[in-house]
Design a protein around this ligand. Structure first.
Ligand SMILES: NC(=O)C1=CN([C@@H]2O[C@H](COP(=O)(O)OP(=O)(O)OC[C@H]3O[C@@H](n4cnc5c(N)ncnc54)[C@H](OP(=O)(O)O)[C@@H]3O)[C@@H](O)[C@H]2O)C=CC1
Length: 254
C-alpha cells in the first residue's frame, strides 16, 4: 500500500498516524482531512510524508486506503457527496454505523471494512478487530500490533461492546483510590499504590498460557482478602448488572 487517507484526525486518527510512522520500515504516504486542524498540522510537521489536504474529497482522491475516523454523529456531514471509485478500500472506525448504512452514505461498491483500533496502536501494541477479513487491512493492523478478523457484524459488535468497558476499569481504580483517601491516606500515596497493584495485573495478562479464571485463582488465598472482596462485592447480582449493561450496549450497537 502506497497511500493512506484519514478523514477525522482526532484521538484515534492521530494514534494510527503515529503508529504508522513509529518503529521504522517503509511507511505509506498519509493524507489527512483538514478538520481537527491543530492535530493534523502537528502531525504533518512531525512526520515526513504526512500532508494535510484541502478537503475530504482530496483525501479520497489521493489515497488507496481511506480510514474514516469521525464521530458517528458527524459522519453524514463529513462523507455525504464525496465521490469514491470502487478500487478504494474503506476502513470505518465508527462504532455503531453498520456497513450497509455506510455503503448507502458513500454510494460506492468499494470494499468497506470495519475496525476497532485502540489508542495503543500508536506504540504498535493493540490488537485490532476487523470485519470482514481483508488482506490489505489485516496486514495494516498487523503492523500496528495485531489483527483479529471476525466474519460478521454480529460478532464484531460483541467485540465493540467489550471495548466499551475500558473507562469503567479506570473508574474502578479511581474509586479504590478515593476509598483509601476517605480513610485518611494521602491521595498521591493511594494513587501510586493502586497503579503499582494493577500494573502488575497488566503484566500477568501477558501470560496467555493461563486462562483468566486461573489468573484470578492464582492470586487468591483460600478464605483470604481477595476471595472476600471478589465474593462480597463481585457477587452474582453485580455480575448480572455488568452483563445487563453490556447487553444494553450491544442492542444499541446493532
Ligand atoms: N478514541 C478511540 O479510542 C476510538 C475511537 N473510535 C471511533 O473513531 C471515531 C473518532 O473517535 P475519536 O478519535 O475518539 O474522536 P475525536 O472527537 O477525537 O475525533 C474526531 C475528529 O473528527 C473530526 N471531524 C468532525 N467533522 C469532520 C468532517 N466533516 N470532516 C473531517 N473531520 C471531521 C473532528 O474535527 P474537529 O476537532 O474540528 O471537530 C475530530 O478531529 C468515533 O466514531 C469512534 O467511535 C474507534 C476506536 C477507538
Amino acid at each position: 500500500m502506497q497511500s493512506i487517507g484519514i478523514i477525522g484526525v482526532g484521538e484515534i486518527g492521530q494514534a494510527v498516524v503515529e503508529g504508522l510512522r513509529s518503529g521504522g520500515g517503509a511507511a505509506p504516504e498519509v493524507f489527512l482531512s483538514p478538520r481537527g486542524a491543530r492535530t493534523a498540522a502537528g502531525l504533518s510537521e512531525r512526520f515526513e510524508g504526512v500532508r494535510v489536504c484541502a478537503d475530504n474529497q482530496e483525501v479520497v482522491d489521493r489515497s488507496e486506503v481511506v480510514i474514516i475516523a469521525v464521530r458517528r454523529q458527524d459522519h453524514h456531514g463529513a462523507l455525504a457527496g464525496l465521490r469514491w471509485d470502487d478500487d478504494k478500500i474503506v476502513i470505518s472506525l465508527m462504532a455503531g454505523v453498520a456497513t450497509d448504512d455506510l455503503r448507502r452514505t458513500l454510494g460506492t461498491g468499494a470494499p468497506i471494512i470495519r475496525a476497532i483500533p485502540l489508542p495503543a496502536v500508536r506504540e504498535r501494541r493493540s490488537t485490532t478487530v476487523t470485519c470482514p477479513s481483508h488482506p490489505v487491512v489485516d496486514s495494516l493492523f498487523e503492523r500496528l500490533g495485531g489483527a483479529l478478523p471476525v466474519p460478521d457484524e454480529d460478532t464484531f459488535n460483541v467485540f465493540s461492546a467489550l471495548t466499551g468497558t475500558l473507562t469503567a476499569h479506570y473508574a474502578y481504580l479511581a474509586t479504590l483510590t478515593s476509598w483509601a483517601t476517605d480513610h485518611g491516606i494521602a491521595s498521591d500515596a493511594a494513587d501510586r499504590y493502586v497503579r503499582s497493584l494493577f500494573r502488575n495485573v497488566g503484566r500477568s495478562l501477558s501470560d496467555e498460557t493461563r486462562p483468566l479464571h486461573q489468573l484470578a485463582a492464582d492470586h487468591e488465598t483460600p478464605r483470604g482478602n481477595n476471595e472476600r472482596i471478589r465474593t462480597t462485592w463481585f457477587d452474582p447480582a453485580n455480575t448480572a448488572a455488568l452483563k445487563e449493561a453490556l447487553d444494553g450496549l450491544l442492542a444499541q450497537l446493532r
